[in-house]
Design a protein around this ligand. Structure first.
Ligand code: MN
Length: 422
């Protein structure tokens, strides 16, 4: 597992002044990777966020590629070495300051892109609280299926419709069937929802036919971003049996632009624990390191701004908040070990959605479906508006950050999307 080193030193400060401000998502201890372009027709390049700026890695002389997937494929040793160079160069007193000042771009002046080419996207279902609450709505007498506590449940999603934060999401149409009607109709979804998730990016791949041992699993992960897996609940309710979600999910998903690396997450590890009475994982999903520190503590929140709020100049309001340690039943290493146990090959840039990260309390739910009990108990906003599901013009913002004693807070930035009328 990745060790805490000089790049995590809480005393470290950057000559980029905005990186030293309290509460900044991108202090020098973070250094997340993203793809940005600057100027009208410039091709995307690889950058690292520092304060409110981006360090252009090619202009800083650190890399000679623009292909994020190639960078993600590097061994953890090479990645750690690159992180050390970036950290040293951006640190206060660095001799590279004069040279690197010209390699900085303001984040507000840049266009961000999906961080890499996502070959394959798998969505997991790692919150037992989400699985139970949603299960109750779809199957009142049989909420949590018997495999849940043994198998990290997932399905293969679609990568082509994953967009970066800021892109609009068009309300999908699909087959809807109310319980009263005999036949479905083709119509716009009326039960459009969000899913508060994390997206774990695969780094180094594995060969077809070869499993990744849990002890090696994190060496195959590059990092994490925020992920909103927009979901049309009315389409989902009709189509999901027997093969799972399909068109209710693949009309769009929103990623935050900055990938916080496994290295940056090192100070925010947590033990992996099972509630008393729950089965212990099978041996291929279990080892001492995973038990001691296989989980990560990431605080998450979702904010909503309606058209009316925007017009009145009102800030987005928080709909929900939780922490991964309260929500996730499986660790990222377990997801990698499980996904490859049958010999399935992962490739650099593949994306694992965590599944909706709902905590145990009702106000910690990661979807409106849970927060409003399937639409039966709408949420009332401070301005008096109500929401059962999303309306056209609603803007949803996912945010995430990590805090731990003795460590500098780091953030994941945000994943923002606005529902566009069809
Ligand atoms: Mn999902």
């Amino acid at each position: 597992m990745i060790a805490i080193d000089a790049t995590h030193d809480p005393k470290l400060r950057s000559w980029v002044a905005s990186a030293n401000q309290a509460g900044c998502d991108f202090p020098i201890q973070n250094l997340p990777f993203g793809r940005f372009s600057h100027g009208a027709d410039a091709a995307p390049r690889i950058g690292v966020a520092i304060g409110d700026r981006i360090l252009d890695l090619r202009r800083a002389g650190l890399i000679d590629i623009d292909d994020m997937n190639a960078l993600m494929a590097a061994t953890p040793e090479k990645r750690s070495a690159l992180r050390a160079l970036i950290s040293q160069g951006l640190a206060e007193g660095s001799a590279r300051q004069a040279e690197w000042e010209s390699a900085l771009v303001g984040q507000s002046a840049a266009t961000m892109h999906v961080p890499c080419r996502i070959g394959d996207y798998t969505d997991f279902y790692t919150s037992v609280h989400h699985a139970t609450t949603v299960g109750k709505q779809f199957r009142p007498d049989n909420p949590l299926l018997p495999n849940y506590k043994w198998v990290p449940i997932g399905y293969h999603g679609r990568a082509s419709s994953i967009v970066v934060s800021g892109q609009p999401i068009r309300r999908p149409r699909g087959q809807l069937k109310s319980p009263e009607s005999v036949a479905p109709v083709l119509a716009l979804s009326k039960r459009l929802d969000l899913e508060l998730e994390l997206g774990w990016f695969v780094g180094k791949g594995n060969s077809l036919g070869e499993s990744i041992d849990i002890a090696e699993a994190e060496n195959h992960l590059f990092g994490v971003a925020l992920f909103n897996d927009w979901s049309a609940r009315d389409i989902q309710g009709w189509e999901y049996q027997p093969l799972g979600p399909f068109l209710s999910k693949n009309f769009g998903s929103t990623l935050s632009p900055w990938v916080v690396t496994m290295e940056a997450l090192a100070p925010f590890r947590a033990p992996f624990e099972r509630p008393p009475g729950d089965p212990q994982p099978l041996p291929y999903l279990d080892d001492a390191d995973n038990r001691a520190q296989g989980a990560f503590s990431i605080s998450l929140e979702v904010l909503l701004q309606t058209v009316k709020m925007r017009d009145a100049g009102e800030a987005p309001v928080r709909l929900t908040h939780t922490n991964t340690t309260r929500a996730a039943y499986w660790t990222p290493a377990q997801l990698v070990a499980h996904h490859t146990v049958n010999g399935c090959n992962l490739q650099p840039g593949d994306l694992f959605g965590s599944g909706t990260l709902s905590g145990p309390e009702p106000d910690e739910a990661g979807s409106l479906m849970e927060l409003t009990s399937g639409g039966k108990r709408p949420v009332t906003l401070p301005n008096g508006e109500q929401r059962s599901f999303l309306e056209d013009g609603d803007t949803l913002i996912l945010r995430g950050y990590c805090e731990a004693p003795g460590a500098i807070r780091i953030g994941l930035g945000e994943a923002l999307g606005t529902i566009e009328a069809s």
